[in-house]
Structure formats: C-alpha cells, structure tokens
Design a binder for this molecule. Sequence first.
Ligand code: PFF
Length: 436
Amino acid sequence: MAAAGSAVGLGNIWKFPYEAGENGGGAFLIIYLLCVLMFGLPLLMTELLIGRKSRKTTFSAFRAISGSDRWQWMGWWSSITIYILMGFYFVVTGWCFNYLYEAVFNTYIGMDSAALLDHFAANVSDTPRMILCSLFPVLLTAAVLWMGVNKGIERLSKILMPLLLVMMIVMAGRVLMLDGSSTGMRFLFEIDTSQITPAVFMKAAGQCFFSLSVGLGLLITYGAYMPASQNATVTSIQVVVVDTLVALLAGVIIFPAVFAFGFDPAEGPELVFVVLPAVLQNMSFAWFSGVLFFLLLCIAAITSTISLMEVEVAALTEYSGGRLNRHQSVLITTAVTSLLVAIYVLSMTGACPSLRFFGHDLFGLADTLVTTFMMPLGALCMSLFAGWFMPSKDIEIIPRSGNRYKQWLRPLFVFLLRWVVPTAIVFIFLNGLDIL
Ligand code: PFF
C-alpha cells in the first residue's frame, strides 16, 4: 500500500495527461504501456528485492550486497535526484493546494476556457501566493514525518485512495456525456503510427519511471521494510496495475473534456489545472465535487511527497552514522527542501530573472533533467547491478517457500535484467538524443 501510495500521485493525474497530450495521444499511450511492461515492472521488483535483501537504504544497500564500495555513488545519485525532483513536485503540489483553496471559495466557478487559462497564468506568476502554496505541503509532509504518523497516513490512504478512484470514475462518466467527448477518446486510444518517434519513446520511458517511482532507489528503502514471506512479484504487479489504471482514468477524464471545452491537448503542464475546473463546475453538486476532488488530489500528492522526503530522512540518519537522530534529519531535510522549492518558485514566477537559463525556468529544466536523464540512468545502473552483480539466488521474485514450478521465472527475470532492460534503455536514450 505504501509503494502504491508513492506511485499514485501527480505523475498519473497531472503528468500523464499532459505528456500524452504533447506526444500524440494514442501513440504515447501504447509506447507507455510497452515501457511499463518491459522495464517498469521488472525495475520496480528489482528495487524492492535489493532493499529486502540488504535491509538498508540506497546509501548502503549496494555495498551490503556486493561487498564493494564501487556502487556507493548510487546513494548520492539517488539522493541528489530526489532533491531535484522534490523541488518541482512540491511546486505542482502547491498548485493542487491553490486549487483546493479556490474550490472552497468558488473562485473558478463560471469561468470559460479562456478565462481559466488566464487565471492559471495569473496564479503561477503570483510569487507570494506560490511560495505560500508550495511551502505549505513541504511543512505538512515534514510534520507527518516528524510526528512519525506516516503509518497512520498510509492507513488513511487505504480509504481515501479508493475514494479518489470512485470520484474519478464518476467524473469520467460525466465527461463522457459531453458533446464532442468522443474526439477525446479517439485522441487517447487511436494509434497514429506516424506520431511514434524516438522522442516519444524517450518521453514515454521517462514518464514510466516517474509514475512508478522507479530509477531513484526510493523503493529500495521501501523494500527494506518488506517481510521476507511477501511475494514481491504479486506486490509489484498490484502496484503497476493500480498506477496504470489511475493514469488511464485521468486520460479518460481529461481528453474528452479537452475537446468538449475547446482546449488544446498540447497545452503543457497547465493542462489538467485548466481542464479539471471546467469539468468540476459542470458536475452536479459542483462545490462539493470540486472540494472533494482537489482534497483527494492533494492527499494523493502528499503520500508521494512523504515517500520522497522519508527516503532523504532515512538516508541522512543512516549516513550520519548515528550523529543525527530522526528529528534532526527531518529538520535538515525540510530546510534544504524549502530552500529548493523557494528557488524554483522564484525562477518560475519570473521574480528572479537570473534564475532562468536559456529562456527556461528551473521548473521545466528540472523536470526534463530528472525524468529524461537521471531516472533512466539510475534505472539502467540498477538493472545492471541486479543482473550482473547480485547473486541470482538472492533475486527472490518468488518467496523461497513458494511454488517450485514457478522457479523457472527467476532465470528469465535475470536475463531480462542483464540484457533486455539495459539494451532497451540505452537504445531509447541514444535514439531519443539523435545519436544513433
Ligand atoms: N510516482 C509519483 C507520481 O506518479 O506522482 C512521483 C514520484 C514519487 C516519483 C517518488 C519518484 C519517486 F521516487
């Protein structure tokens, strides 16, 4: 449930629709599904298994398993990538809190498509508002970790996440009744092969890592808490299925609405923040629907930010070798994250022009850097490590007491990690960069 809580978040509801919208709809979807099967699922299992075997965080898991310091840099890699990712993740979580506030005060009710776009632009260039909205979830996450109530939040999310799913199904039902919605369904599900380009492969692969939370070693820490008797394969399949369903459902809400309300599917990161208010104000019980939906969205985002920050706190505590206790680690992690988030916001709102590079703000650069480069590279190293340097008897994809006849799965899995996954990642990466 914790891994599912980490996986399901803004990546499914915010990032998937806008990436699909910018990269050919159905063409993106099919490549995305292929990536999930080909390396998302195996890598998710791999991270959990490395964690379960070593019972350590990313900082020392590789040394514990291989007995060598050669992989130590992976701990740093993971930690730095998570910080860069957290910076922009908290900014988008801030947008969700902003819209929750707006839903409560009925601000967006009555706005048409053009007004909603202007309204979004005005919101994200309002520096004090964005600072406040983005730092609030940082402090909320920190408070959860400080009080050690993450277990409670996870238990709560067992009720709230299915509720989010139900809410999304109801919204999809409403959207599908709108005039013009079938164009959106065709956009999402019809595959136009001419749209399948190397760049789409690269984007879809990045989205797969981001959405499943793999490639950062975060799930190594989660695997460290996983009981030996638990079937890692079944757990991973469950996480992948839930995560993919939520992304698909988000697509089924967004794209029909995009065409029904006259938005552009390639609108970019603001897509869902302009389309969702348009959908929600057309629901029955509009106020209640808006507040409930944005509240659930904020909670889905917070269960992901908890996972990100928890891993930094655990790594810092472990790395300090006992010099820092958990509370001190929470304070330090919160301070660094807050600073980073503030820098991203200042860059994005344009309040600090020197924080823009080559005409881009840090937000977009960080998003591209993490999802297109750092996560795939981390994933590549993870699969090479598990495939070549982890004793294959330790790759327990089926519990030791498990079915004998299923044991043939292990060599197949090792083959996948050794050859198929690394080759696919390298190929997609080089092709996407136009090097091949
Ligand atoms: N998977 C999360 C989402 O889809 O929103 C985002 C995320 C969380 C990415 C944790 C990476 C990570 F380590």
